[in-house]
Design a protein around this ligand. Sequence first.
Ligand code: MG
Ligand code: MG
Length: 254
Amino acid sequence: MKINLIKIKSSDELKKMKKAGKLLATLFAEVSSYVREGKSTKQIDTFVYKLICKMGAKPAFLNYHGFPASTRISINDEVVHGIPKSTRLLKSGMIVGIDVGLVYDGYFSDSCHTYMIGKVSPKAKKLVKTTEEALYAGIAEMKVGKRLGDIGYAICSYAKKNGFTVVRDFVGHGIGKSLHEKPQVPNFGKKGTGDQLLDGMVLAIEPMLNEGRCNVKLKSDNWTVVTTDRKLSAHFEHTVALIDGKTEILTETG
Ligand code: MG
Ligand code: MG
């Protein structure tokens, strides 16, 4: 018999994960109204850090493998892991991915939203909208009895249908007592393949879609990942649980 290595959370653990998710959802509601033209990415990071502390939680990314901030802010051709800076100002036309993780009472939540600053190009708008929709296409496949490949297939085919590519070098993940747990959740896959989805599983599903080619590379700061063709990239993420046979998006407001 194959031993399933994906952690199944108890109802007590799920309760705690719901709380961590709700805090992050509340945080993003505040971030949405804070993010605007003229703010530096460092100002946003400080705003988020203070909010997380006020909630009695801890930032998950700060010092994680040496990352120097609480948020990862990735602009335009930056895919993920951008480092906040006081000299990096938000300008009209930019698309800005803000990725935040927190830990509360021993359990993690992880979420990302891409914001459009001022007037953005129709192509950028379409990329951002499609990436968010691709996330929800993936979440729709997170059902008891379905398989991991169903999630990836749904995300990838939705992206392709809209003329975009998915990043293959970075993937979603299981989440719980650790920020990154098994399994990996790729944004591509084959229907009906991979691990079976069971009640009590919690996954961070996080499509990264590119305007051009899917290829990415690491910048010289050793953190920021950019598209090799310098075209746009967008990223959305939610922490999603299977609880009593139902799909619950833990990091969604409302
Ligand atoms: Mg994240
Ligand atoms: Mg994540």
